[in-house]
Design a protein around this ligand. Structure first.
Ligand SMILES: [Zn+2]
Length: 129
């Protein structure tokens, strides 16, 4: 294992442990935050809600998906508007940070899409419910 790989795992595992999250099995799809199945037929395409996601992962709490995250190098105008529109439509809660961007620390953004305000408020420094 390289130093980068070890650093990635450490950052990822610390983040997951902090919020009591485990990696979700099955399709890595933002649609699953709605309690829906991913019905996309191509297993190599995670773009079920109109965005291309870089380095995506889906995380469970108490056995159900509560946060979808991805770590892009950048977000363009359409990406930002698309995210905002999706969040408003489904009442998702968004967080964009530089940490803990484990895919390439210091180079990518860490973007969390929480299924609800309740779950979003588990995180700091966000406000309490
Ligand atoms: Zn899907």
């Amino acid at each position: 294992m390289t130093e980068l790989e070890a650093a990635r795992i450490e950052l990822r595992d610390k983040w997951a442990a902090r919020f009591g999250l485990t990696r979700s099995e099955g399709r890595c799809c933002v649609k699953r935050l709605l309690g829906k199945r991913c019905d996309y037929s191509r297993s190599d395409d995670f773009d079920c809600m109109e965005m291309g996601y870089d380095h995506p992962s889906l995380w469970n709490r108490d056995g159900k998906p509560v946060v979808f995250l991805f770590q892009p190098y950048q977000l363009g105008h359409d990406d930002i508007l698309g995210l905002a529109e999706m969040a408003r439509k489904h009442q998702f809660y968004l967080s964009v940070a530089t940490r803990p961007a484990w895919h390439y620390p210091g180079s990518v953004l860490h973007i969390e899409i929480w299924a609800s305000k309740e779950y979003y408020c588990l995180t700091t420094p966000h406000s309490e419910p």
